[in-house]
Design a protein around this ligand. Structure first.
Ligand code: ATP
Ligand code: AH0
Length: 370
């Protein structure tokens, strides 16, 4: 059977780097054959981080950051092609997510917007490969949240007829997919994933993230702070819902910590980890359909302390990385954007009305031919 190759490119809300995967869809299931992780250059990371909040000369800065991101994507693609010995002409398309710097579906004017910085035209020029980009806008235009988009892919990869399953992505933000035994799919953002923990860790230890959750594990959860954090209305809203750094950002955390008195930094880290674990666990308890398996993907799967807390909060549910279900935790999101690009070229929908709340199924994305 001829190969059916796509590349997925994901740079998520953690702002840690780009995951690039080469995916072959010619078999009955999608097969990730190669994976590259490329860190974001520190200057680009700083630019993107700054662009998450309003500031001067945003249009100019956004355009330059989009160019730099497209170059980073192109380098990851070249590395993937070299590593796999695949010529560019063999790739049907790149699915390039871009970098979310604002996510305000339905805000302000009843339509709202979601903005993923990207330069797909430059990426097509640099690689000679067709690029599919801007996956979220059409769903937002159709009244949806524009996120999460991965639940449809989760169903393709992790669902078996007659069996219910849960897939939890813990990136900067955490999102849950509930795959019903009958083929139904629910999905929504649970709340913060690693974003707040990463920020606090960087501020107090100089490290970009709390490796294995060891620092959090050395602290004590502060019940008063946890209660305050958990009072955030987003956490109690019913789906469909999505969020991002627009809400769970340093200013939000600083406001919650105001007038708390002195708290030891490691205790705050323990509390932020518990916030993430509780947001995920309560989402599973409320909407998880009594499913007994919870597959975890995203970088949070590597946070041992967080995984232990999640398992403790969900007795009776088997919590394990998606690796145990056939796709490594760090590859799932990038593979989803390869799949979404394929859906676009096939003229098939990428969104699920039951997840995003859009008025209907839509073909997502914009195509930049090679
Ligand atoms: N060994 C580890 N220990 C603890 N945390 C880790 C480890 N490895 C990765 N992480 C966490 O995972 C994060 C990266 O996760 P991931 O790549 O899934 O995020 P993302 O793609 O940016 O997120 P999103 O799903 O929000 O788009 C890091 O910022 C860090 O917080
Ligand atoms: C607007 C945006 O970029 N949302 C991301 C973010 O990161 C995790 C969570 O919030 C999820 O809703 C989404 O990403 C995944 C890939 C999604 O669309 O399914």
């Amino acid at each position: 059977m001829p190969s059916d190759l796509y590349i997925g490119l994901m740079s998520g809300t953690s702002l840690d780097g780009v995951d690039a995967v080469l995916v072959d869809f010619s078999g009955s299931k999608c097969l990730v054959t190669h994976h590259q992780s490329a860190p974001l250059a520190p200057e680009l990371r700083a630019q993107l981080w700054a662009l998450n909040t309003p500031g001067p000369d945003e249009l100019h800065r956004s355009a330059l950051a989009a160019n730099a991101l497209a170059r980073t994507y192109a380098q990851a693609v070249q590395a993937l092609l070299a590593d796999s010995g695949t010529p560019a002409q063999a790739i049907r398309a790149l699915g390039a997510h871009g970098q979310t710097v604002r996510h305000r579906p339905q805000a302000f004017d009843g339509t709202g917007y979601t903005l993923q910085l990207n330069n797909p035209a430059l990426l097509a020029e640099l690689t000679g490969i067709t690029v599919v980009a801007d996956f979220r806008s059409r769903d937002v235009a159709a009244g949806g949240q524009g996120a999460p988009l991965v639940p449809a892919f989760h169903q393709q990869v992790f669902w078996q007829p007659g069996q219910s399953a849960l897939v939890l992505n813990i990136g900067g933000i955490a999102n849950l997919s509930v795959l019903g035994a009958d083929g139904s799919v629910l999905g929504f953002d649970c709340g913060p994933g690693n974003a707040l923990m990463d920020y606090w860790c960087q501020q107090h230890t100089g490290q970009p993230f709390d490796r294995d959750g060891a620092w959090a594990a050395s602290g004590q959860v502060l019940p008063e702070l946890l209660a305050r954090l958990q009072a955030e209305p987003f956490l109690h809203q019913p789906p469909p819902k999505s969020t991002g750094r627009d809400l769970f950002n340093p200013a939000w955390l600083t406001a919650q910590l105001a007038d708390m008195g002195h708290a030891a930094p490691q205790d705050v880290q323990a509390t932020l980890t518990e916030l993430t674990a509780n947001a995920c666990a309560s989402s599973v308890s409320s909407y998880g359909n009594n499913s007994k398996t919870l597959a975890i993907c995203g970088g949070g799967a590597f946070n041992r302390h967080l995984m232990q807390r999640l398992q403790a909060l969900l007795p009776g549910v088997a919590v394990a990385p998606t690796d145990a279900h056939g796709l490594p935790a760090q590859q799932v999101e990038a593979a989803a954007f390869a799949w979404l690009a394929r859906q676009t070229l096939l003229g098939a929908p990428g969104n699920l009305q039951s997840v995003t709340g859009a008025r209907g199924a839509r073909v997502l994305g914009a195509i930049y031919p090679a």
